[in-house]
Design a protein around this ligand. Structure first.
Ligand code: SF4
Length: 208
């Protein structure tokens, strides 16, 4: 079963999708801490509760939580969206796709990110399309919690089509195809850089 996060990884770097599927690493990040803060505040709890949740998973990462809490902004605009569910897991047997949506409303869904990008990102459209396929809802919001800003994405049929094309490729990677290495600015900070340099791509990677 391919996760929405694997699809997003593929858009960033094809090889990243391979490593996140076959060699997943779970480490604390400001985004994970910010997500705990968002969920706790939206559910009527506080920062202390958010820290309890975060530190249960990452007991050695208090500094990461502190950094996220210093930058976190809760916008009054969020009150216009009434949450029905949080952290909702969806999966499709037919598409072999699964994902967890941060917040669901009557006709929209939302996920948390850190900073608003300067221009629209393709990976956000694909992520919105994947969640749309799973939930049956076509309106997505991204809440940029370090800026207190929203982005709305109205998912089109073309977005879903593009998402399906990418899911096909990620499923090949799930079966073992290792894409060719594409050096980019991300490699410097990538947690898989050492293994990535050692591994040679498989023949089937030509068809990705
Ligand atoms: S090191 Fe670079 S090419 Fe390799 S997985 Fe990371 S980002 Fe992708």
């Amino acid at each position: 079963m391919v996760r929405v996060s694997d699809v997003v990884s593929f858009v960033r770097c094809k090889r990243l999708a391979f490593f996140s599927i076959h060699h997943p690493k779970d480490f604390p990040t400001p985004l994970k801490a910010a997500r705990e803060i968002f969920l706790s505040l939206r559910k009527g709890f506080d920062y202390e509760w958010a820290f309890e949740r975060f530190s249960t998973l990452y007991p050695e990462a208090k500094d990461v939580f502190v950094e996220a809490s210093k930058n976190f902004i809760i916008s009054e605009e969020l009150e216009k969206l009434t949450p029905l569910k949080w952290e909702q897991y969806y999966h499709s047997e037919k598409l072999k796709l699964s994902g967890v949506v941060d917040e669901i409303h009557e006709n929209s869904f939302l996920w948390v990110s850190l900073k608003a990008p300067k221009k629209e990102k393709f990976e956000n459209r694909i992520k919105a399309a994947c969640y749309s396929i799973l939930t049956g809802i076509d309106t997505a919001y991204i809440y940029y919690c370090y800026d207190g800003k929203f982005e709305r994405i109205d998912v089109s049929r073309r977005d879903k089509y593009n998402a399906l094309r990418i899911i096909e490729k990620v499923r090949k990677i799930e079966k073992g195809t290792l894409p060719e290495r594409e050096e980019s600015w991300m490699c410097e900070k990538c947690v898989y850089v050492d293994s990535c340099k050692e591994k040679r791509s498989t023949f089937a990677s030509r068809f990705l």
